[in-house]
Design a protein around this ligand. Structure first.
Ligand SMILES: [Zn+2]
Length: 469
């Protein structure tokens, strides 16, 4: 089956074909955080979905190059610097480090490039220069440089805005604005007093870049003028991504991005997240409540990305229970597989069908909820057979090997084999020896000693087995 993505640009499920003529290399750009505060779980829903997209492309055999920027100069950052007096670099450095820690907690694969906006001012100036030269940008009386939407015929192609709604010639200097103020947007913002000591020299005077030009410059630097996938939350469609397309395509006269993927909003307890409603959570807030990054990853990823996710504590408890069920299943399989390795088995029954179903679900626009459904049905059926001792070791080993591959996509991690520490293993051996010598008193004593160390010994047809209490 072909891999298909719902493309915001076409509003269709489009078959995925990489730009690379060899069909191997895939470039993904994801809009990274604006680092003036801790990222909230709505942000992390987008980052986990992007991680899933990247992981699945790699699973499908593509050589993925993933770029995620750090927006470290932007309106909200400047406002925070002004309010708190903390120097820009100190503020953004602190929250960049916190963000990367959060990403590790959620087991998000580190992007291959994590460019910071303030390290790419020359690239932005070059891009603005190219737009000026082509006559699609102009310097306004306020000294800021604006993109003229009237000069770019395809403006509005992503948001599907018709020309009647546009107000070319009217200017908006803010990084974030509503469709009502849809007009020429800022590429370079002339310095004003509110900027304090933040600013860079440019051919158009001292100032700072607009948010949108940051992403155009950084994505094209690392992925080329045209690349495969650009992802983000649905709130980025307009104006951010619309403006990225306009700037990039007007400058290069090439199509900017083939597939635009956007994930739906996250609600908390059925409501839009807001500090005022008391349902606003950073990842840290939830880790502090005792949830693990793994459980939160599951809770954020398990709903298909284009469906609204209603985040609740019952939902995270459900994620915890699902992971426990999965872990228990895999541990049982490991016991059955024993020392049999998957390499010694050939095409064990069941596994190829499982793999085909898992892939078919994800091929259809990364339908993870359906893929997890496939896995839990399989767990239920196989648990029945495990209870009847009807799963041969070779099959258990094959399932485990297949699951290990699935986990490169899921990112939940396989449960660790519970290897008994050396002193515990030695005690178990002594107990075996005592039993052989019919010294049952000593054997029972050792059993109690093991219990005190948190281990039980179970006598199975294959001999004694150590299990954690
Ligand atoms: Zn961006």
């Amino acid at each position: 089956m072909p891999l298909r993505f719902f493309n915001t640009l076409s509003r269709n499920l489009d078959e995925f074909k990489p730009l690379d003529p060899a069909g191997k290399r895939v470039g993904i750009y994801t809009c990274g955080p604006t680092v003036y505060d801790f990222a909230h779980i709505g942000n992390f829903r987008a980052f986990t979905f992007e991680d899933l997209a990247r992981r699945y492309l790699a699973y499908r055999g593509y050589d993925v190059v993933h770029v995620m920027n750090i927006t470290d100069v932007e309106d909200k950052i400047i406002r925070t610097v002004r309010q708190t007096g903390e120097p820009l670099q100190q503020l953004t450095g602190r929250f960049t480090a916190a963000f990367l820690d959060d990403c590790r907690a959620l087991n998000l694969l580190p992007p291959h490039y994590v460019p910071r906006a303030t390290d790419h001012i020359p690239e932005m100036l070059a891009l603005i220069g190219a737009l000026m030269k082509k006559g699609v940008a102009y310097q306004a009386p306020d000294k800021s440089v604006y993109f003229s939407i009237a000069k770019f015929a395809r403006y509005g192609q992503l948001k599907k805005i018709d020309a009647g709604q546009m107000r070319p010639g009217e200017r908006v200097k803010l990084d974030e604005y509503e469709k009502e103020s849809l007009g020429d947007f800022a590429l370079w913002k002339a310095w004003d007093e509110a900027d304090g000591d933040i600013g860079w020299d440019s051919p158009w005077g001292r100032g700072r870049p607009g948010w949108h030009i940051e992403c155009s410059a950084m994505s094209m630097k690392y992925l080329g003028e045209s690349f495969d996938l650009h992802c983000g939350g649905e709130d980025l469609v307009f104006p951010h991504h619309e403006d990225e397309i306009a700037q990039s395509e007007a400058a290069t006269e090439k199509p900017f991005v083939r597939y635009w993927l956007h994930c739906a909003y996250l609600l908390v307890n059925g409501q839009k997240m807001s500090k005022r409603s008391g349902n606003f959570f950073t990842l840290r807030d939830l880790l502090a409540k005792g949830y693990t990054g793994r459980e939160l990853r599951y809770a954020l990823i398990a709903e298909h990305y284009r469906r609204q996710l209603n985040f609740t504590f019952e939902g995270v408890d459900g994620a915890r229970a699902s992971l426990a069920r999965m872990d228990e299943f895999l541990v049982k399989l490991r016991e059955v597989a024993g020392s049999v390795s998957a390499a010694t088995t050939t095409k064990p029954a069941g596994t190829p069908a499982l793999q085909a179903e898992f892939e078919a679900a994800l091929d259809e626009d990364l339908n993870i909820s359906s893929a997890l459904g496939v896995l839990f049905n399989f767990i239920r059926d196989t648990n029945k057979r495990l209870a009847e001792n009807a799963v041969p070791p070779a099959e258990a080993a094959a399932i485990l090997a297949t699951w290990q591959r699935f986990d490169t996509v899921l990112g939940f991690g396989m449960p660790q084999a519970q290897e008994a520490p050396a002193d515990v293993a030695a005690l178990a051996d002594q107990r075996q020896a005592a039993r052989k010598a019919k010294d049952f008193k000593r054997a029972d004593q050792i059993r109690d000693e093991l219990k005190a160390k948190g281990w039980v010994i179970e006598d199975t047809p294959k001999g004694p087995k150590l299990k954690r209490l």
